[in-house]
Design a protein around this ligand. Structure first.
Ligand code: E4P
Length: 233
């Protein structure tokens, strides 16, 4: 059952049952800005984001680890299990918070099992079916990353997949956390909450939109206008 813990206000454990928010970015400026809110629990990166950022991978990861004290996903770029394990072990040594991100392939799951047995956390990525998610859980993945936006892009039901995986994991007691990825808009976040996602990883643009509501803006404007005209004696 998901409960609110009332005994540790201000700590990351204040509401252990709630969905964690990660930032899906390799741009230091975005990660810095998101970190300043105090509301970011971790970071996910991928080879495309890192390539775009244009900073050497290990330097980038170390900088991110200085900014956020939480899980930081670093994806391997090797395709064979042995290469993934060698590369992942090296990345994991950079910081205790590094999570090794692996593709949902036979080699990725083989490497996942090795890392799990070594106590290294993993994020199995590029998940598009509940059966793939079940296989990643069997390999001991810490996180599974279903890509909801990319499924929506091809006319399939991205959020439906989150519901399917939640049901599968709960029914069979898999401990792998569902990290909802490829989030495109705030309603994906709302649906992730409703469906019991464990983590949502958000592009910075979507993170910035989380508080946006026209009635919040107009309500605040009105409060301030009325306050200016108040005669309070
Ligand atoms: C997740 O870890 C991925 O980096 C990311 O969410 C992919 O999102 P995209 O489909 O918008 O590229």
């Amino acid at each position: 059952m998901r409960l609110w813990a009332l005994d540790a206000p201000g700590s990351r454990e204040y509401c252990p049952g709630t969905m964690k928010l990660f930032i899906d970015s390799a741009e230091i400026k975005e990660i810095e800005a998101a970190a300043r809110t105090g509301l970011i629990d971790g970071v996910t990166t991928n080879p495309s984001l890192v390539a775009k950022a244009g900073v050497p991978f290990e330097t980038l990861l170390q900088r991110i680890c200085e900014l956020i004290d939480g899980p930081i996903s670093a994806e391997v770029t090797e395709l064979q299990a042995d290469g993934m394990v060698t590369q992942g072990r090296k990345l994991a040594k950079l910081n205790k918070n590094i999570v090794i991100k692996l593709p949902l392939t036979w080699d990725g799951l083989k490497a996942c099992r090795t890392f799990t047995d070594e106590g290294i956390k993993t994020n199995v990525t590029l998940c598009f079916t509940a059966v793939q998610a079940m296989m990643a859980a069997k390999a001991g993945a810490t996180y599974i990353s279903p890509f909801v936006g990319r499924l929506d892009d091809i006319g399939q039901d991205g959020m439906g997949l989150i519901g399917d995986i939640r049901q599968c994991y709960d029914q069979y007691g898999y401990k792998t956390q569902i990290l909802v990825a490829s989030i495109r808009h705030v309603d994906h976040v709302r649906q992730s909450l409703a469906l019991g996602g464990d983590v949502g990883t958000l592009p910075y643009k979507v993170f910035q939109q989380l508080l946006s509501h026209p009635l919040t803006d107009s309500g605040l404007t009105k409060f301030m206008e009325d306050w200016k005209t108040a005669k309070l004696g």
